[in-house]
Design a protein around this ligand. Structure first.
Ligand SMILES: NC(=O)c1ccc[n+]([C@@H]2O[C@H](COP(=O)([O-])OP(=O)(O)OC[C@H]3O[C@@H](n4cnc5c(N)ncnc54)[C@H](OP(=O)(O)O)[C@@H]3O)[C@@H](O)[C@H]2O)c1
Length: 208
């Protein structure tokens, strides 16, 4: 598939490398300009572009930017797109964001207010990128690491399931977008290595 990535930091680059390795086409973008990503093209083999171009390029768009930047997203280009939200809320970086502090909204629900027609699936947020690049293993391997995802769109869930499998992880469906708080920052399942059985048990026992 064609994957457009908004954000070319740790997350954007890690997902780009793994997706290219799995045979997908990728365009990376950042907030400055494609010129600042010039060396990435020969180094990892991706396309580079503006964030509008990356969104238009992708059948699937990965959001890999700080939460503080969501109001700068190319809203029009994102209409009706399949979107993977890999973001987390860190107030010390993003500033205080109403709704997220009071735990009344998940980060993905807040993003869905900015891009209401996009089909958002929350994924890739609960693993450090160094581990995403190193901890994958073949399907069927004993104790394979599981990663959570959540969303309201079946097609979005299929896409994430495929990518998790290709990157070497056991997909675990947590439920709807409103349940994605169960693996947001600071929750027991956040950035802790677990197999599918342990992850399922941990998510089941996670209280708000
Ligand atoms: N690092 C991890 O292991 C990890 C794991 C899971 C989830 N996350 C979450 O994923 C998100 C990205 O993390 P990161 O570690 O990759 O951050 P990072 O290394 O700081 O990279 C952020 C990227 O976002 C770009 N950006 C910022 N505002 C933008 C905008 N309005 N439009 C387009 N691009 C924009 C930046 O481009 P410029 O440099 O040009 O501004 C930069 O390329 C965060 O929400 C983080 O909490 C991180």
């Amino acid at each position: 598939m064609k994957i457009g990535i908004v954000g070319a930091g740790f997350v954007g680059r890690a997902i780009a490398k793994l997706a290219l390795r799995a045979g997908h086409e990728v365009m990376l973008s950042n907030s400055r300009s494609p010129n600042t990503l010039f060396s990435l093209k020969p180094m990892i083999g991706c396309e580079i572009g503006s964030s509008e171009e990356a969104v238009s390029f992708g059948d699937v768009v990965v959001l890999a930017i700080p939460m503080s930047a969501i109001n700068g997203l190319p809203v029009k280009a994102l209409q009706y797109k399949q979107v993977i939200d890999a973001m987390n809320y860190y107030p010390e970086r993003d500033g205080i964001i109403e709704g997220l502090e009071s735990n009344t909204l998940t980060t993905s629900e807040l993003i869905s207010r900015v891009i209401p027609t996009s089909h958002i699936t929350k994924a890739f947020n609960a693993i450090p990128m160094t581990q995403l690049e190193q901890d994958g293993s073949p399907r069927g391997e004993n104790n394979r690491r599981a990663l959570p995802f959540a969303g309201n769109d079946e097609q979005g869930k299929k896409i994430v399931t495929q990518l998790y499998e290709e990157f070497g992880f056991e997909p675990f469906d947590v439920g709807s977008l409103s349940e994605s708080w169960k693996f947001e920052r600071g929750r027991p399942a956040y950035c802790v290595r677990m197999n599918k059985t342990t992850l399922e048990e941990t998510i089941k026992n996670t209280m708000r």
